[in-house]
Design a protein around this ligand. Structure first.
Ligand SMILES: [Zn+2]
Length: 71
């Protein structure tokens, strides 16, 4: 498991593979999940709203992130 620093709090964050990457809509290979503040987002191009798939399955995505954070 790779690690990165959180863009929000600079705490330890995990980089996890995006299960949707390559599925057609997902353009980000990795997801960043902060273990400190709970921030979650894409590890790259997070600043570019145009890169976010508009029709991604949001609820499934949020469920995944909750599971990764251990909520
Ligand atoms: Zn954080």
């Amino acid at each position: 498991m790779r690690e990165a620093s959180c863009p929000q709090c600079r705490g330890a964050a995990r980089l996890v593979s995006n299960p949707y990457y390559g599925a057609g809509l997902a353009v980000h290979r990795d997801l960043l999940v902060c273990l400190e503040c709970g921030y979650s987002g894409f590890s790259e191009n997070d600043h570019d709203p145009d890169a976010t798939p508009a029709s991604a399955p949001e609820s499934a995505f949020r469920r995944l992130l909750r599971r990764l954070r251990g909520d």
